[in-house]
Design a protein around this ligand. Structure first.
Ligand SMILES: [Zn+2]
Length: 132
């Protein structure tokens, strides 16, 4: 286990309709991984996610979901990414941490129910999620 430390220095507020959108998108793509860009804003360590963007040029497979970051327009409202783990693990993999984008990385584990979403910072530390 590499990711033992749990710190709550930052927190994520996720809108309920955004969470529902994420869950149904992940279910639709199962057993492949899916990936989405999170839009929102960050205020004093609180990251508020209010919408989703489907990234361009997505390549997905059972163990890989990614897209070239260089194709992304520079947009300050992009606060991070979310991707699914069809394997059922909520922990970020090493490639996940190497490809970290923005402020926060969300992982949804199979079977993609309401409490299957987990937030991580760039160090692989757990971040609290509040549904708003
Ligand atoms: Zn992953």
């Amino acid at each position: 286990m590499i990711f033992k430390k749990k710190k709550l220095e930052r927190q994520v507020s996720l809108k309920k309709d955004v969470r529902d959108g994420i869950l149904s998108y992940c279910k639709m793509n199962h057993p492949n991984e899916c990936i989405l860009i999170l839009r929102g804003k960050s205020k004093q360590g609180n990251i508020i996610i209010d919408s989703l963007v489907v990234p361009p040029f997505t390549e997905t497979g059972p163990t890989f979901a990614g897209f070239p970051h260089s194709f992304l327009p520079f947009d300050l409202s992009y606060v991070g990414m979310i991707h699914s783990h069809p394997s059922g693990s909520a922990e970020p993999s090493l490639p996940d941490l190497h490809n970290f984008f923005g402020l926060i990385s969300l992982i949804v584990k199979s079977p993609y129910e309401d409490d299957d979403i987990f937030a991580w910072n760039s160090k692989g530390e757990s971040v609290k999620i509040t549904i708003i």
